[in-house]
Design a protein around this ligand. Structure first.
Ligand code: SAH
Ligand code: SF4
Ligand code: F3S
Length: 463
């Protein structure tokens, strides 16, 4: 299933340096925070002499940076471990060292070192600085047995705020900047507060230095990242509105996006600030999760559907051209048909540009796991399909109204198909394809919209 991550630019490394040590291949699952962390891991290893590989057949070490948010996400990784082992032995190649990083490492810890799919090392989200040393021990022929305690590095540390270097990024494209880690909300279905730990902020000076480094390397756009960026707080006085104001002051930076906001923290003051600052893109990814107040209460989301709709109306008044996207969960325990219809109603009212919809997946140990899940798997599937259909219908109507409009768009790279086509994006996160154009990444052009296909528009270049 698509996630909002599919809608963001590809952050392929552009300048791999070659070391002489073992070859490491990092494979990333889950959210943008993992994409960022994988860049941190690659940088740490590269600086310690490791070579970065591009595929799972040649690498000496394979690190899977994993996600625990739904059952399926974890299953994928476990079967991937089996697949790697199988492919390597079938090809007569030596087995690589396999490590699990990220959220599964935190959730499952030492259990990942047991059973037929066991891996060689487990390194959680706050322990990446230990990776070079552990790998040195594990890849050194002289050391036959590395102590068990060293192979599993997990647990949360407030001090480990990692910074990915700008040199690893493409230029003139969106650059991820994690501004805080963890989450202090306890939505009852969610594993993230357990895997990522308590919320802890990166210092504003560190964030600003990081962004200045990105601009110096040629970057023009940043995406500020966190599970709850809108809850950012530094000391008594600096909130997220203050932070984006500071970021907007960075010379040479042209666009600021952010992911993910919590509807509860979208105060009028913050929306006013977003609307006032030209550099802040008018796109709000604000997961609603459900349109039923009863379900929202049971999820502990801390707002009602009325609050949410009021917030959307306010944003539309003060943020020119604002668009919305959201996540929705269907089939939460106790969700009735009438609750589900309330969700459909919110979707029809808001008219999202994009919706990421998920079937509820029970996560061990979270508060919702104690609720009886009385919505059958078939019913969850049916609701998911109906939700997707309603969103499609709403969007087809909205998209048709955009034909003929003139938009300013930024070139992000060549489209996969057809040859010679470019992918571009509006500040409010609409995707546009231009056929037969000759552009440069980061170039800003004006286009007239001629066609809409699913969530992408086709445009023609204006002089
Ligand atoms: N911090 C963000 C996103 C959290 S994870 C927020 O507060 O919205 C991304 C999305 O995964 C969530 O928005 C939610 O829609 C979905 N999700 C989280 N836990 C889930 C679960 N147990 N079952 C199904 N979907 C889930
Ligand atoms: Fe999970 Fe809720 Fe935190 Fe988002 S705000 S990460 S859904 S607990
Ligand atoms: Fe998944 Fe962890 Fe992100 S659970 S969504 S990778 S914070």
């Amino acid at each position: 299933m698509a996630t909002f991550q599919d809608g963001l630019p590809d952050l392929t490394r552009t300048n791999p340096e070659t070391g002489t040590g073992p070859e490491v291949y990092v494979e990333t699952y889950g959210c943008q925070m993992n994409v960022y962390d994988s860049q941190v891991i690659e940088d740490l290893l590269e600086r310690n002499g490791y070579r970065l590989g591009e595929n799972d057949m040649a690498a000496d070490v394979i690190l899977l940076n994993t996600c625990s948010v739904r059952d399926l996400a974890e299953h994928k990784v476990i079967s991937r471990v089996g697949e790697i082992r199988h492919r390597r032995s079938k090809a007569g190649l030596p087995q690589p060292l396999i490590g699990i990083c990220g959220c599964m490492a935190e959730r499952l810890g030492k259990d990942l070192r047991k059973g037929p799919r066991r891996v060689d090392l487990v390194v959680g989200v706050d322990s990446y600085d230990t990776l070079p040393d552990i790998l040195r021990e594990l890849t050194d022929d002289q050391i036959r047995s590395v102590p068990e305690a060293m192979r599993t590095q997990i647990g949360h540390r407030k001090d480990s705020h990692y910074v990915a270097p700008p040199a690893l990024y493409p230029t003139n494209n969106s650059h991820l900047v994690t501004i805080h880690k963890g989450c202090d909300y306890k939505c009852t279905y969610c594993i993230v507060p357990y895997t990522r730990g308590p919320q802890s902020e990166k210092a504003p000076d560190t964030i600003l230095d990081e962004i200045r480094g990105i601009v110096d390397a040629g970057g023009r756009e940043v995406t500020l990242l966190g599970q709850n960026v809108t809850a950012y707080r530094w000391g008594e006085d600096l909130d997220f509105a203050g932070l984006i104001e500071m970021v907007a002051g960075v010379n040479g930076l042209e666009r600021i996006r952010f992911l993910t906001g919590h509807p509860k923290d979208m105060h009028p003051h913050l929306m006013d600030t977003i609307g006032r600052l030209d550099k802040v893109c008018p796109w709000l990814h604000l997961p609603v999760q459900s349109g039923s107040d009863r379900v929202l209460r049971r999820m502990k989301r801390l707002y009602t559907s009325g609050d949410y709709l009021e917030m959307v109306d306010y944003a539309r008044r003060v943020i020119p051209d604002v668009t919305f996207s959201a996540d929705v969960i269907v089939g939460f325990p106790g969700e009735t048909e009438s609750d589900f219809q309330d969700t459909l109603e919110v979707v029809r009212r808001v008219k999202y540009d994009q919706l990421f919809s998920f079937k509820y997946s029970e996560r061990p140990g979270v508060p919702a796991a104690r609720l009886e899940d009385d919505v059958s798997v078939d019913e969850k599937k049916r609701r998911l399909a109906e939700l997707i259909k309603v969103q499609e219908d709403v969007w087809i109507g909205e998209a048709a109204g955009q034909i003929g409009k003139v938009w300013t768009v930024v070139a992000e790279g060549l489209a996969r198909r057809p040859a010679g086509s470019w992918k571009l994006r509006t500040p409010n996160n609409r995707k546009v394809v231009l056929h037969g154009a000759s552009l440069e990444i980061g170039q800003q052009v004006r286009v007239r919209i001629t066609e809409s296909t699913n969530t992408t528009f086709v445009g023609e270049l204006l002089a």
